[in-house]
Design a protein around this ligand. Structure first.
Ligand code: DGL
Length: 269
């Protein structure tokens, strides 16, 4: 039986999932969090569905061993391909980022013209399409894989001429379709929000899947009576990575908005 006292587990292919942790911290400041960044095997966005599902199961198994009460799949790629399998295989509630992002897009759109950005694997999965069209099949959706954005963000080039040029190129076909809403369907894209907003223009509402996920997890945990309500201290983050900790520690604060605390390296087998 899961109890509210247990931590929430969060995993991602690497560091980007800290944008989701940031939102969880903002909305659920008393929750303890266990974060796993699979830095040894990042990126997931260029891998096959079978590999992504296998990695996601291994990541979840690790979090289960840490005694988590629920698992948040912060990675859009893993949410897109593995959520169903994880829900079937593991005995805790599992939340992804796709459904919250889709719901937020449905709420945001005015003219029913929605753009979706993500990794190759996320776009290939059509997961956002399925989640949105299942709720309203009159909407027009336009998706674009943006494989260059993750490395640009990891390089810290969030306000750089090269990134702006890449964004203009990626967004052009979507803007031509007169989208009014744009889903940022990848862990790294919240860091590009300002740059994307400038290229997309005022008429396009941005949907941050990390932000939407935070609100969704709070709502679901409350419904399941798994929200921590009695703890007086602030929640803590236990961060684990599968490759060396130094680089992760160096850049984590950029995604998380605070220092990550001690980070441990773990093997997944
Ligand atoms: N975390 C991935 C996602 O949100 C981006 C990085 C990767 O390709 O692994 O899709």
């Amino acid at each position: 039986m899961n109890s509210a006292r247990q931590p929430i587990g969060v995993f991602d292919s690497g560091i980007g999932g800290l944008t989701v942790v940031r939102q969880l911290r903002r909305l659920l400041p008393r929750e303890d969090l266990v974060y796993l960044g699979d830095t040894a095997r990042v990126p997931y966005g260029s891998k096959s569905p079978e590999t992504v599902i296998r990695y996601a199961c291994e990541d979840t198994r690790f979090l289960m061993r840490r005694g988590v009460k629920a698992v948040v799949v912060a990675c859009n790629t893993a949410s897109a391909w593995a959520l169903e399998t994880l829900t079937q295989r593991f005995d805790v509630p599992v939340f992804g980022v796709i459904l919250p992002g889709a719901r937020a897009a449905l709420k945001a759109t005015r003219q029913g013209r929605i753009g979706i950005l993500g990794t190759h694997a996320t776009i290939r999965s059509m997961a956002y399409h399925k989640a949105i069209l299942a709720r309203d099949d009159t909407l027009h959706l336009y998706a674009r894989a943006c494989p260059l954005l993750v490395p640009l963000v990891e390089e810290g080039w969030v306000d750089h001429a090269v990134t702006r040029a890449v964004l203009r190129d990626y967004l052009r076909p979507l803007l031509r379709r007169r989208i009014d809403t744009l889903v940022l369907g990848c862990t790294h894209y919240p860091l590009l929000k300002d740059a994307i907003a400038r290229v997309a223009g005022r008429g396009v509402r941005l949907v941050d899947s990390a932000e939407a996920c935070g609100a969704f997890v709070r709502e679901r945990l409350a419904h399941l009576r798994l929200l921590e309500t009695r703890r007086r201290r602030a929640g803590v983050i236990h961060a684990f990575v599968t490759d060396e900790v130094e680089r992760f520690e160096m850049v984590a604060a950029r995604y998380l908005g605070e220092p990550p605390g001690p980070v441990q390296r773990v093997p997944l087998d």
